[in-house]
Each structure stands twice: as C-alpha cells, then as structure tokens.
Design a protein around this ligand. Sequence first.
Ligand SMILES: NC(=O)c1ccc[n+]([C@@H]2O[C@H](COP(=O)([O-])OP(=O)(O)OC[C@H]3O[C@@H](n4cnc5c(N)ncnc54)[C@H](OP(=O)(O)O)[C@@H]3O)[C@@H](O)[C@H]2O)c1
Length: 306
Amino acid sequence: MIKVMLTGANGQLGQALRHYMSLQKSTFTLMPFSHGELDIADEQAVLDAVMQCQPDFIINTAAYNNVELAETETEQAFKVNQLGPKNLAKAAQTMAATLIQISTDYVFDGHQAAAYVEDDTPLPLNQYGKSKLAGEQSVQDICSKHIIIRTAWVFSEWGNNFVKSMVNLAANNHSLNIVNDQLGCPTYAGDLAAAIINIMSQLTAKSHQQADNTALYDTYHFCGYPYANRYQYVEAIYANLKQSQPELATPTLLPVASATFASKAIRPTHSMLACSKITNTFGIAPSDWQAGLAKMFNPLTGTHDN
Ligand SMILES: NC(=O)c1ccc[n+]([C@@H]2O[C@H](COP(=O)([O-])OP(=O)(O)OC[C@H]3O[C@@H](n4cnc5c(N)ncnc54)[C@H](OP(=O)(O)O)[C@@H]3O)[C@@H](O)[C@H]2O)c1
C-alpha cells in the first residue's frame, strides 16, 4: 500500500483527490487533514502529523488563494504559501517522504506571448504569486524528493471556483462584462488529481524496480488545453449551463479590457503553461477542460472518461 498524507483536504483539489483516491483503495492509504485538523503554518504540528503518518507521499493542496486580498493580507499569504510548504518540506526530508507541492501560473509575469515552460524565469506581479514562488523555492531548497506542479484556473464540481461564481452570477444578471485580454489554461481538478495519482504510482513502481528517481524530482506544468481567454471560457461555461438547464436565461456577455475592473492585484495577461515536460516524462496529457466542464455540468452524460 502507498501511504499518502493530504493537507488542505477540504479544498477543491483536496476533495477531488479524496474522490479519485477512494476509487483506488487497494493501492493507496489516504490520510487526509483539513485546515481544522492541521495548520501547515504550525511547524511542530506538521512534524508531529508527518511522524505519526509515516507517509510515502505528502500532497500539499493547502494554500492562501485569494489573489486580491493577498495584496493587503500579505503576511498571512506568505505564512500559508511559503512557511507552510517549508514546514512540510522539512518534515518530508526528515521522514524521507516525497512532497508534492501545487503551485501556480501566477509565478510568471505574463508578458511572454508563448506558453511558459518550466525553466522560464518566474517574475510574479502580485503578492499571491510571490508567496507561491517563495513556497516553491523552500521546497526545492529543503526537500530532495519533491514534485512541484504548477497549474492554473482550476475548476470542478468540488469546492469554490470561478465556474461556480459565473453560475451564481447568471441567476441575477442580464448582462456581464467579461475581460477578453487574459489568456490562460482552465484546468479540471479531476484531471489534476488523476495526474498526481498517476505520478505517485509511477514513482512507486520505479522505486520498487530499484530505479534512480532523482532526475524525476522536479518542477512540472499541468493545466488545460486549448488555451482560452476569460471571455471564451465564460462563453463555454454558459453554453454548458444552458445545455444542462435549457429553461435558464444566461446573461449577455460584453467583452471588456482588464483595465475596466478596479483591482489591487495585477494579474498576468498571458499565463499559458506548456505541458510537454509532464507529457514527455510521465506520459500525462494536458487536461481536456472542455470535457471537464461537460462532466461538471452533467455528470451522467459528460464525455470525460475518469
Ligand atoms: N484554484 C485555482 O484556480 C488555482 C490556480 C492555480 C493554482 N492553484 C493552486 O492549487 C492548489 C489547490 O487549490 P484549490 O483550488 O484546491 O484551493 P482551495 O479550494 O482554496 O483549497 C485550499 C485549502 O487550503 C486550506 N488552508 C488554508 N490555509 C491553511 C493552513 N494554514 N493550513 C492548512 N490548510 C489551509 C483551506 O482551508 P480554509 O478554507 O478553511 O481556509 C482550503 O481548504 C493550491 O496550491 C493553489 O494555490 C489553484
């Protein structure tokens, strides 16, 4: 059995992982910790929990994710996004566990026209991105067996996310202004969970074959394809909503520039992530986010095959 400790277990990705791992109970023993059960910013509590679990893998999905509030609650954002992974990295290193840390496209400034590869220089524009990058660096510095996965625009039937916000807005709005100058990669959380499980299985199989996994402990991009701008993404969300509830009137969408919205946090405009490294290394294809949307809105007829 592969022993897996999960932090942030009640968040969106945490719930997706719990769901997909419950389908593989004969392979994985999951030890989930919600925020209430384990504060990753508490170094001693983290060490105690890791020593008690003796995991093969620790998956850290816990994060401070409010991009806007992070501009004013910066200390709290760094506590969760830098100190938390640092504490987990120390404990993982002590117990020789592999730490899987989830990071973000917001480590990049978005000034590049092409999709970012893992070796491109990060240059975060906002405090959320800076705190997540600091978390990545702590994990790289401290924990020799680590996998960092940068992802983007995560949605699913679990937890809170942009898709659910758009559905809620549809109920009370005849028209909505949607930015059309932010290009990114919607990612279905179920696909991300499946990718993480796949990586754990492959690393375990290789270590059972006495293979040297050292070169695999690295940073990878995993997100959805095809790339979309926010406007196209919202169009797809409402097309799915309309299909699942034909009687519902969806809002008219008005394309606008990001500058129209007053915002403390600057967001990258082109934050597409190239996923060829994870495909070449582990054979994992990018998330089919349009299939993920269909599955989220209509779990019985969605074409997604997870
Ligand atoms: N969602 C996205 O669009 C997106 C995009 C790029 C990257 N990511 C990354 O993907 C990962 C998963 O995101 P998600 O969408 O699943 O986020 P989420 O739904 O916000 O879940 C995060 C979880 O972390 C918990 N948490 C916060 N502070 C904690 C602490 N100090 N100790 C332990 N748990 C704590 C939260 O609990 P409370 O709610 O009780 O505070 C929540 O359950 C994160 O690393 C995130 O940065 C997400």
